[in-house]
Design a protein around this ligand. Structure first.
Ligand SMILES: Nc1ncnc2c1ncn2[C@@H]1O[C@H](COP(=O)(O)OP(=O)(O)O)[C@@H](O)[C@H]1O
Ligand SMILES: [Mg+2]
Length: 263
């Protein structure tokens, strides 16, 4: 346990990340990046000043999904050429700001803990200028992902109904709960065939958490499987720009409303 995580500092640390929400999953390919973008867009549409931070330090791809050509990215921040603030760019179509990562950068994926902590502190300072900060995380449960999660007041764990995705979501909940008991963990079931089925998937995960961890992360929402998601990603535009009334868009907007009600 680091000094920041000591019980005495815990409330302050949580207050620091109150408006920061990390999107995690354990498993890759469950829709984290897509969900982070769509959630940021939905929050912006609801009038919230929103920043989307690409925290997938090894395989950043927020900019790819949105078809952005960022002049600046995290690489410039970490080499000391830019402040975090200078690396933020406006995504005009969505009405929110983006800090792009740099894909394929092994250097970023292997940042030392001390540097990552500084980045987290910078992000906390920058977060004061926004109502909501969304942190897209990489897959896995290793140190970098966990350390970035530490900055967030809320952690959304995304899962699908696939057993591997459920197992990895459980693993993520477990390590986060062990690292920082009391972290506000919420579950979102993505690519569900129906809301009912999504709720059943949640119940499976929740039973494991109750049985083995003696805790119960609440369900924040279910996002239905929607063919328009792939189509908008293929066209490199946000779903809410292209198909604002489709099922997945409606589901994410409901989640955004729930999230902003609580922050
Ligand atoms: N609700 C959904 N309905 C249909 N397809 C989805 C949905 N969410 C995500 N996807 C698909 O999953 C793929 C992987 O998404 P991505 O955001 O890159 O996942 P991750 O960041 O978790 O690796 C996307 O390219 C998209 O085609
Ligand atoms: Mg991703």
């Amino acid at each position: 346990m680091t000094s920041e995580q000591s019980p005495a500092l815990h409330p302050a640390a949580r207050a620091k990340g109150r408006n920061m929400t990390a999107i995690a999953s354990g498993k890759g390919g469950v829709g984290k990046t897509w969900f982070a973008i769509t959630l940021a867009h939905a929050l912006a549409r609801q009038g919230q000043r929103t920043l989307l931070f690409d925290g997938d330090l090894g395989l950043a791809n927020v900019d790819i999904q949105l078809g952005l050509m960022p002049k600046h990215d995290l690489g410039g921040v970490l080499s000391g050429r830019l402040t975090l603030n200078q690396a933020a760019m406006a995504y005009d179509d969505g009405g929110f700001d983006v800090i792009a990562g740099r894909s394929g950068s092994g250097r970023l994926a292997n940042l030392p803990p001390s540097r990552l902590r500084l980045l987290g502190d910078d992000l906390a300072l920058l977060a004061a200028a926004y109502d909501q900060v969304i942190l897209d995380l990489g897959a896995g449960v290793e140190r970098t992902v966990r350390q970035l999660t530490d900055n967030a007041g809320t952690c959304i764990v995304l899962t699908t109904d696939e057993p591997t995705s459920l197992t990895d979501a459980y693993a993520f909940v477990k390590v986060t709960h062990m690292d920082r008991p009391g972290t506000d963990i919420r579950i979102v079931v993505n690519m569900a065939n129906s809301t009912r089925e999504g709720e059943r998937t949640y119940n499976t995960l929740n039973k494991a958490c109750e049985g083995f961890l003696k805790m119960s992360p609440p369900l924040l929402g279910v996002v239905r499987r929607d063919t328009k998601v792939r189509e908008s990603i293929r066209n490199q535009v946000s779903l809410l720009t292209r198909f604002p009334n489709t099922e997945a868009a409606t589901d994410v907007e409901a989640i955004a409303r729930k999230l902003s009600d609580q922050v």
